[in-house]
Design a protein around this ligand. Structure first.
Ligand code: 13P
Ligand code: SF4
Length: 303
């Protein structure tokens, strides 16, 4: 084990800290984490693990959600500048307008959003539970923010609802196009196409399987096929290669990486453990208003 890995493990032990990492962060950071997963799994583990400090290796909305759900724990992040641009693509006035327009409306916020947005929502969702949760909502009209692509995917899966998409998008996934699927299929004719629901419908319509990062990994590992074209951030390739070293995975190039996730390094992880910060803390009045939408997600998503 390298010196820095030893140091991180020792510091985590001393500080009673659990290290959570999303599949999009650098592979060496994933390797040192206690839990690696998709957004829903990590939100669950932040709640379930008894340790007093959570180190969240991912973009800040993830740590912020952990902090909202666990007020008795300290949540620290290796890089507080690792923001998710999509999480900010929300217009508060538009939400109020929708509430005014429809009596029978649920505001559904993707977990990729900041605390203030969560205060406006009836429930939060992640890519792994969005369809399941929207199906369970009593309301007919669903205003789904911020991700328009995820909203259109939900709309297709839950045709009995009137899903109104938000205007946000993840630039990493939204840049992947129909022509890329065509080119990749031509280059790898025996590969199965797997896609994340943050992709455009023109990509999803061509995919053989659609799911969250964790669902994509489970599908590829358990499939009897041995080649896969994967339309999501290439960080998931680390776990895929680990779990299925004999299989081949093809991703879009380096230009399709999430630069914010890649800000998390072993050095920044070690330094934040050493310093005990930066700490992610939401104002208590905001936290109290944001917590019900996240709690409802944990409840409906686990049903
Ligand atoms: P999941 O890991 O929940 O599929 O989310 C993907 C993502 O974009 C996180 O930022
Ligand atoms: Fe945000 Fe997209 Fe990066 Fe996920 S991959 S953190 S949605 S920019």
């Amino acid at each position: 084990m390298s010196q820095i890995v030893d140091e991180i493990k020792q510091l985590a032990k001393e500080k009673d800290a659990v290290i959570l990492a999303h599949y999009y962060v650098n592979g060496d950071v994933q390797d040192v984490a206690d839990y690696v997963g998709d957004s829903f799994y990590l939100a669950q583990m932040a709640r379930e693990d008894p340790r007093k400090t959570i180190v969240f290796c991912g973009v800040t909305f993830m740590g912020e959600s952990a902090s909202i759900l666990n007020p008795d724990k300290t949540v620290i992040v290796p890089d507080a500048s690792a923001l998710c641009p999509m999480a900010m693509m929300v217009n508060k006035e538009k939400v109020a307008e929708m509430r005014e327009k429809y009596d029978d409306l649920a505001v559904v916020s993707y977990i990729n959003s900041y605390a203030e947005t969560k205060t406006l929502a009836d429930v939060c969702v992640t890519s792994s539970n969005a369809v399941k949760i929207v199906k369970q909502l009593p309301q007919k009209n669903i205003y789904c923010i911020p991700d328009g692509n995820l909203s259109r995917y939900i709309a297709k899966q839950v045709p009995e609802k009137n899903v109104i998409p938000g205007f946000g998008y993840c630039h990493v996934h939204d840049d992947m196009r129909y022509e890329d699927v065509e080119d990749m299929r031509e280059a790898h004719p025996n590969a199965e196409v797997l896609a994340h629901p943050e992709c455009r419908m023109e990509v999803l319509d061509e995919a053989d399987f659609i799911g969250s990062t964790k669902a994509i990994i489970n599908h590829a590992v358990n499939s009897d096929r041995d080649e896969f074209i994967v339309f999501t951030e290439s960080g998931v390739g680390h776990e895929l290669q680990k779990l299925a070293p004999e299989k081949k995975f093809y991703f879009m190039g380096e230009g399709y990486q999430c630069k914010n996730m890649k800000k998390i390094t072993l050095e920044s992880l070690r330094d934040c453990l050493k310093a005990g910060g930066p700490v992610l803390k939401v104002e208590e009045d905001v936290r109290l208003k944001a917590v019900p939408s996240l709690e409802r997600m944990l409840e409906l998503g686990s049903n």
